[in-house]
Design a protein around this ligand. Structure first.
Ligand SMILES: *[C@@H]1O[C@H](CO)[C@@H](O)[C@H](O)[C@H]1NC(C)=O
Ligand SMILES: *[C@@H]1O[C@H](CO)[C@@H](O)[C@H](O)[C@H]1NC(C)=O
Length: 367
């Protein structure tokens, strides 16, 4: 199998240069790159996990089983289900992060094995607009740029900024192919929308373009972290061929390699290494033979897949009808206005307000 031929190449750097010094707390930066934030990674992986949920009502109301923990209180303002291409994404506001969060789902329409073997052969077949020599994979590019996803995401971002002000941050996240879409989205927001406070954090993202593209990308969206989990196979695809660094796929920085620490085959913990500015740090995930699918589907202990494969289906009750619309191709959108932060409806607070109101009313009656 073709896969077998290139995988041993990865082992060339297998001398594990990894220094066991626990979590890297500080990234000494010479530029204005922000420092890797572990808590933020834990938070964004939860956002990324939730985008796999197919019950749109639970997702929209942020009551799904994955809509909890560090993401509590999130306000979804747009869900996009591109039924035609089997894509799902949402946009919302996380008040505690002072950020608009945009999350993209990974591939669902196929078995993961088929998707992986496809990835081996993806060509660099599109010139990224207005960036000389920058080439990307047409399929990844189009999933964001040439579907219903982009216009719906951009309009939701506009709505959120109208309500929450220009200074709110934008955090774009996604897993697997959703990570590829997240990086195109982050770049789009900077290049075409003039956004300044854009951060991108992806999980198990495949390569999307060549070295020239990676250079432009890292200049334009410096606050980007690609988290790779131990031996996850996907970040190694499409392959990087050492003899042709310019002609081949090339990751943009900055990788954060999360390595499992095990003792007698029992995982006892993990550590994170913030990798170099090249995007292809040979001492990070490239230092091991990475063929794991299970590492791909779980990051920081959080599951990153749908309840089942081959699931492009969605579940939605009639209650959602007032929020939803369908286009002529059957793609589904759920939207609501972004409510300014001071007016976010908290059901408990509303209940208390009502009770208080009743009390006042009762007092009036007595007097
Ligand atoms: C890291 O991110 C969290 C939010 O997830 C934030 O509360 C915290 O202040 C950040 N830490 C730093 C050092 O920026
Ligand atoms: C966008 O999609 C349409 C139809 O799906 C196709 O005809 C067109 O070539 C695509 N454009 C790009 C730039 O990929």
């Amino acid at each position: 199998m073709e896969q077998k031929r290139w995988l041993p190449l990865l082992a060339i750097f297998a001398s594990l240069l990894f220094v066991s010094r626990g979590r890297v707390h500080e990234l000494k930066s010479h530029d204005d790159r922000l420092v890797y934030n572990h808590t933020l990674a834990l938070t964004l992986v939860e956002y990324t996990s939730a985008v796999y949920m197919s019950d749109l009502e639970e997702l929209f109301t942020w009551t799904c089983e994955r809509c909890n923990g560090l993401t509590k209180g999130f306000q979804v303002i747009e869900i996009i289900v591109d039924v035609e291409h089997c894509l799902q994404a949402y946009v919302g506001v996380a008040k505690n992060l002072n950020a608009i969060v945009i999350a993209f789902r990974g591939t669902q329409g196929n078995s993961i094995q088929n998707w992986l073997s496809d990835l081996l052969w993806k060509q660099l077949d599109l010139n990224y607009p207005d960036m000389p020599d920058a080439m990307v994979h047409h399929g990844f590019y189009s999933a964001y740029h040439n579907t219903t996803v982009r216009p719906a995401v951009l309009s939701a971002v506009k709505r959120a900024k109208e309500s929450y002000g220009e200074n709110i941050n934008i955090m774009v996240t996604g897993h697997s192919m959703g990570g590829a879409m997240a990086s195109f989205c982050g770049l789009d927001l900077v290049v075409n929308e003039g956004e300044e406070n854009v951060q991108v954090m992806t999980f198990g993202q495949p390569r999307v373009g060549n070295a020239a593209f990676a250079s432009y990308y890292s200049l334009l969206v410096p606050n980007t972290f690609r988290i790779t989990h131990d031996r996850d196979v996907v970040p190694h695809l499409p392959p990087y061929y050492y003899p042709f660094p310019q002609k081949t796929y090339h990751h943009f920085p900055t990788e954060v390699w999360v390595k499992k620490l095990s003792y007698s085959n029992i995982v006892v913990g993990g550590m994170e290494k913030v990798c170099d500015h090249t995007g292809e740090d040979p001492t990070c995930s490239r230092s091991v033979v990475a063929t794991s699918i299970s590492d791909h589907l779980r990051y920081f202990g959080v599951e990153l897949k749908g309840e089942t494969w081959r699931q492009c289906s969605i579940v939605m009750s009639h209650k959602m009808e007032s929020y939803s619309r369908k286009d002529s191709k059957g793609n589904v959108f759920l939207s609501r206005p972004a409510v300014p932060s001071t007016e976010v409806v908290d059901p408990v607070a509303t209940l208390f307000r009502r009770l208080k109101h009743l009390d006042v009313h009762a007092d009036h009656c007595q007097t």
